[in-house]
Write a protein that binds this ligand. Structure first.
Ligand code: SF4
Ligand code: SF4
Length: 367
């Protein structure tokens, strides 16, 4: 199995101290050494050195959600999620992959989305009366999940952004995150190039991503020079005055906030969503989870784990819900994948996107 130089360096930089074990959410659920960071690194090392060539390695490597909890805990400066993705890529290049990986790859390549949905990408816009402006400075990148599964979030997000002069790509396709996270680096190129071309054609210098996974991918895996990539919460927090002028009411609610791994721990977007929540419910009514910000627990949905290991994924989501403080009215997040996994874990407290909270506050003001 081949690995790039950076991953090789990390492979031998790991001193097997095990600091990462206590924070790894898959170890917390399984108690298995092969399902924690250190065990994964030892297995990747053996595969890299040609000592292990067995399909059992997949369950170790593919159960990693790429949450990044381990990166912060590592005293040796190893980046295990990158290493895991590198190993997945090295194996996939040799044609070694699970049926789930194959299915996700084929679906994304056939439909340009993760959901095997042949419907129009801008279907959610129909009937809204919203007209994207020509030559916008910024465009909203909707993402597959909000486009096809949570169109109400896409509509509510764009109702707000459209008033601020934000446009849309005329032919957005999957950002290729599922391919990249599962190791299909080469296969991701065409989708990336298509979206880069669309961004260039739009003339915008800012991309506003509605999903933490899209955001991380557009920001860190795209070669689109001169274009800045921000989350919806970053954009709205930077335009808070405009948001207030357009009518942002106050809500008498208690809220908790779930930090998505790929916007939070991976990219340090912690303050902006909180600034918006403070504005709507007041600082004292945002009650933090038992593990928040950098220490936030993973929802269990990322890295292809939800698709490949549904029971494990759901167990992690249920564990995350144990962190929710008592007495809150809503669990707010900023990623549709987290939202879906936490909703499926079946707690009584509704899980909503931050944009839904903003929409409620807008409605309150306009009444
Ligand atoms: S990225 Fe998350 S799931 Fe993967 S090894 Fe690190 S802590 Fe465990
Ligand atoms: S904390 Fe870092 S050095 Fe220690 S076992 Fe985990 S990855 Fe290796």
């Amino acid at each position: 199995m081949s690995l790039n130089q950076v991953d090789q360096r990390d492979l031998y930089r790991c001193v097997n101290c095990g600091n990462c074990r206590s924070v790894c959410p898959t170890f917390e659920q399984t108690g298995r050494e092969s399902k924690n960071t250190r065990g994964r690194i030892l297995i990747i090392r053996d595969v890299f050195e040609g000592k292990l060539d067995d399909v059992s390695v997949f369950d170790s490597i593919n159960t990693c959600t790429t949450c990044g909890c381990c990166t912060a805990a590592c005293p040796a400066g190893v980046h295990p999620p990158d290493l895991v993705e590198g190993a997945r890529s090295g194996l996939a290049t040799e044609g070694k992959m699970t049926p789930t990986q194959m299915k996700i790859r084929d679906t994304v390549l056939q439909y340009s989305n993760t959901l095997a949905d042949a419907g129009p990408r801008l279907g959610w816009l129909e009937g809204t009366g919203l007209i994207p402006p020509k030559n916008p400075k910024a465009v909203y990148f909707v993402g597959c999940l909000d486009t096809y599964r949570y169109p109400e979030t896409a509509v509510n997000t764009y109702k707000i952004l459209n008033k601020m002069g934000v446009g849309l790509l005329s032919d957005e396709k999957c950002c290729a995150s599922p391919l990249l996270r599962l190791g299909f680096v080469k296969e991701a190129t065409a989708l990336k190039n298509h979206n880069i071309d669309q961004i260039k054609k739009s003339g915008a210098d800012t991309i506003i991503a509605g999903c933490a996974g899209c955001y991380n991918t557009l920001k860190n895996n795209y070669e689109s020079d001169g274009v800045s990539v921000v989350t919806v919460s970053e954009y709205l927090a930077a335009h808070l005055d405009g948001l207030k002028k357009a009518g942002l009411g106050k809500l008498d609610l208690k809220i908790t906030y779930h930090d998505p791994c790929h916007s939070g721990r991976h990219n340090n977007i912690f303050d902006e969503p909180r600034a918006l929540i403070y504005e709507i419910v007041g600082r004292n009514n945002l009650i933090e989870m038992a593990a928040a910000r950098e220490k936030s627990r993973c929802c269990g949905g990322g890295g292809g784990v939800r698709s490949g290991y549904g029971d494990l994924s759901l167990a992690m989501a249920k564990r995350r819900l144990e962190d929710v403080p008592k007495g809150v009215d809503y669990i707010v997040t900023t990623c549709p994948l987290c939202l879906r996994n936490l909703r499926d874990a079946g707690d009584d407290i509704p899980v909503i996107d931050l944009v839904e909270l903003i929409s409620m506050a807008n409605e309150k003001k306009s009444r």
